[in-house]
Design a protein around this ligand. Sequence first.
Ligand SMILES: C[C@H](O)[C@H](O)[C@@H](O)[C@@H](O)C(=O)O
Ligand SMILES: [Mg+2]
Length: 408
Amino acid sequence: MALAPSLKLPTITHIRAYSMGGAAAKVHGQGGGDYHDQGKDHWIDDHIATPMSKYEEYKQSRQSFGINVLGTLVVEVEASDGTTGFAISTAGTVGCFIVEHHLSRFVEGKRVDQIKLIHDQMLNATQYYSGGGGVVINTISCVDLALWDLYGKVVKLPVYKLLGGAVRDEIHFYATGARPDLAQKMGFIGGKMPTHWGPADGDEGIAKDIATLKEMRERVGDNFWLMFDCWMSQDVNYATKLAHAAAPYKLKWLEECFPPQQIESYRELKKNMPKGMLMTTGEHTGTLEGFKELSEAGVDILQPDVGWCGGVTSLCEIAAVAKSRGQLVVPHGSSVYSHHAVITFTNTPFSEMLMTSPHADYVRPQFDPVLIDEPVPHDGVITAEELDKPGFGVELNRDCPLERPFEH
Ligand SMILES: C[C@H](O)[C@H](O)[C@@H](O)[C@@H](O)C(=O)O
Ligand SMILES: [Mg+2]
């Protein structure tokens, strides 16, 4: 049976890549897709423990070692019927080069529904230089997200309906930031705090972070979730000691203790964890194989970032890996780009809201100011109805200082 004329889908005529912020830009601290690229006096850059914390000069500020050098990548795709779609991620000027001079050949000329074909070609064509993660996979993720946005805008359906529809009416969120006590008042189901100390600080470091946990537990009571995010800063011994010191204060999970490649460290820590405390990680893992390894190492919650793991196309595959072993997939905070996927996953009972307000004291859209109409949780909730707009339901704020450094 022939397709209805209205379903004769248009082709993709143009892909364009823009950057904002990052080391190559004239304007900094705007936030956006590279949400670590914030201005001064922001909780997200205040003495947070990292693998660089062993160097005194890089202990206070993650921007000092370059956490925000990449900046925001914006990928825009245009169809032959004039419809445009776009997405953002963390890749900046580097991503612009890869999009314009490499990935464009797999996108232009294809139909708007050939997303999976384009995804496979982008992954395989960059194997020789991607190393299976990092800025190359961030860039591929951004193209994939832009394609899903375009497809939804052409057929006038939200991405979550293209993925098979919602399995729940709303998404409940925990908040990541410096103030779990304020997050509780805003209706979130939990609060995840960064650790500020690491192995270079020894037992004194553990005591300081535990003191913060103790203080927050006293403020929020027994039932509000509290978690630590360790941002790859630890070793197995330190993480084990921190986990056991945190158990009396009902820490719900210990997140990303080690760099993504240290599968054996995760396997060992899982054996050492106090009963009932969860071990989570995944935001800096960029391949399906990497998530399979983490899943097999016993990670309780896989936390891919949809802008860093291969896009929605990869996120759906990762969710299936977790599901096959009875594990949860709770994506790293990535706003609408994960909301539309997680509301269709049966193994994602809640999701993350990354607080990008400077003192984590009000709900600011995570990728502010780049996305127009970016939804935020109200009382810790976003409903399926709020996602009922074509594509990802957001538009690009063209008043942002966007630059197009390369044209193919
Ligand atoms: C708060 C953490 O240090 C990171 O900045 C955060 O982006 C990420 O790890 C998270 O899980 O939200
Ligand atoms: Mg994290």
